[in-house]
Design a protein around this ligand. Structure first.
Ligand SMILES: Cc1cc2nc3c(=O)[nH]c(=O)nc-3n(C[C@H](O)[C@H](O)[C@H](O)COP(=O)(O)OP(=O)(O)OC[C@H]3O[C@@H](n4cnc5c(N)ncnc54)[C@H](O)[C@@H]3O)c2cc1C
Length: 437
């Protein structure tokens, strides 16, 4: 008789995906350990917004995650997300910050609130049990030692670890993705979307007098040709978050990094032909800016998110451009499915220890793959299209505001209205079919 044994999950990477997975597993009494290549858990000093579906996924995964977000989220003053003509201004008058409203969408009760990334991460970390993260652990390779044996993890510093399941939450340049799909497979690597973004936070005491109340305290997308800007309040309304995207026909010059210091004058130049509001925003940006290359996995999507007992989640699986503001939210949807199916698989193994351990865990990951692949890859594609719509480059919509509205409406609602309960029901049903079979 085989002895019943709980599952040990190795999480590679401690970003939003890895940490929310850890909390979801902890809530379901599943053992996990996080391996993080950095020396601490940290996030960049920028804003992030969560769509309504992401909030519902947080609640389903672990209400503590939702509480953590709400404790640092800034409410939008308006229940309407507004898309404005950032280019023309009103008659392109240099002295006015008024912009024509192109269209708006009702956000409802859970209304796409923003927060400061580092503040959210800190709240998540507060809930983690002591000693659950090994720092300086940069994954090199994974060895599957065979049926019912543990998987071996090897790190660049020469250390090794073992686990029953490995979940790569190691971001856009995921090593686990390379190991699953193959190092020579183009689908193992993200590609430059030929857009880059200047990101900055403007203190509200500067933004408010320059732009006025209605521009600084709610979510606004400023559209224009070959560039666009998103603004929303963060840090309890003390800061205005700015993400200013420009199309870049050239190549990203760095191979090792996706962000680099940038001069404020580049952002000012990039929007010099825009209306008064957008030009004012660029002038208010801090001097020490970073520019971020927008890479995604659209050109060569992954054909699968798992192999055996190893899988990828979050950006590691489906790195998306950020134009839907839904990449991290999609990672939280992923790990909600993973935590749910791992809990069920653990119950199977504890109740029926003579079942094939590898077979049960493989069925759990096959379930995750079946439930998540299509929707998350659609997000990658749709985010690309949205970026083009916002910069009047998408041929079917051009500069026609009615057509832009229709396109943005159905795409956004496909994300926002997603039924998380139904997703989890499908998860358990699919798993039962697999294990029964
Ligand atoms: C400009 C911009 C704006 C965005 N805005 C939004 C938004 O408003 N809303 C939204 O939902 N999403 C947004 N996103 C997307 C969001 O930032 C990402 O989807 C999310 O941060 C990905 O989290 P992750 O945990 O999957 O990956 P990451 O945050 O990249 O974390 C990966 C972790 O793995 C570690 N790691 C990497 N390799 C290894 C290894 N070999 N071994 C061990 N550890 C490793 C890294 O150090 C890191 O800690 C935006 C993205 C950009 C670029």
């Amino acid at each position: 008789m085989i002895e019943a044994r709980a599952i040990e999950v190795a999480i590679i990477g401690g970003g939003i995906t890895g940490l929310t997975l850890a909390l979801g597993l902890q809530k379901r009494n599943t053992n996990f350990h996080i391996y993080e290549r950095a020396q601490s858990l940290r996030e960049i000093g920028a804003g992030i917004g969560f769509t309504p579906n992401a909030e519902r996924a947080m609640l389903a995964l672990d209400p503590r995650i939702h509480e953590a977000f709400k404790s640092v989220a800034s409410k939008n003053a308006s229940d309407w997300f507004q898309w404005v003509d950032g280019f023309s201004g009103v008659n392109n008058d240099k002295d006015t910050v008024k912009e024509d409203l192109l269209f708006n969408m009702y956000l409802g009760e859970r209304g796409f609130e923003g927060c400061h990334r580092a503040q959210f991460l800190k709240e998540l970390v507060n809930h983690l049990p002591q000693g659950c993260v090994t720092f300086g652990a940069c994954l090199d390779t994974i060895i599957d030692q065979g049926e019912n044996e543990r998987i071996l993890l090897k790190f660049h510093n020469g250390t090794i670890a073992e686990a029953d399941l490995v979940i790569g939450c190691d971001g856009i340049r995921s090593r686990v993705r390379q190991l699953i799909l193959g190092e020579n497979n183009p689908a193992s690597y993200p590609a430059y979307t030929h857009k880059k973004a200047y990101r900055g936070l403007i203190p509200m005491e500067k933004a408010l007098p320059a732009l006025g109340e209605s521009k600084v305290n709610t979510r606004l997308m400023h559209l224009g040709p070959d560039a666009h800007t998103l603004t929303f309040p963060v840090a309890g309304g003390k800061l205005m978050n700015v993400v200013a995207f420009v199309t870049d026909p050239g190549e990203w010059p760095y191979t090792e990094k996706l962000s680099a210091p940038a001069e404020k004058k580049s952002a000012i130049e990039g929007f010099s032909k825009f209306g008064g509001a957008v030009r004012t925003i660029m002038n208010l940006l801090p001097e020490d800016l970073d520019e971020w290359a927008i890479f995604d996995t659209y050109d060569h999507p992954a054909s699968t998110y798992y192999h055996g007992r190893i899988c990828i989640a979050g950006d590691a699986a489906h790195a998306s451009s950020p134009h839907h503001g839904a990449g991290a939210g999609a990672g939280i949807e992923d790990v909600t499915v993973l935590a749910t199916v791992i809990e069920v698989a653990q119950t199977t193994l504890l109740e029926s220890p003579d079942k094939s351990r590898s077979g049960v865990l493989n069925a759990a990951l096959a379930t995750y793959n079946a439930v998540r692949l299509e929707r998350s890859q659609w997000l990658v594609e749709s985010s690309r299209i949205l970026g083009e719509i916002y910069e009047w480059q998408y041929k079917p919509t051009g500069r026609d505001k009615k057509k832009c509205e229709e396109e943005v409406y159905w795409r956004s609602h496909k994300i926002w209205d997603y039924d998380i309960g139904q997703m989890l029901q499908e998860t358990t049903e699919y798993y039962k079919q697999r294990v029964g079979a």
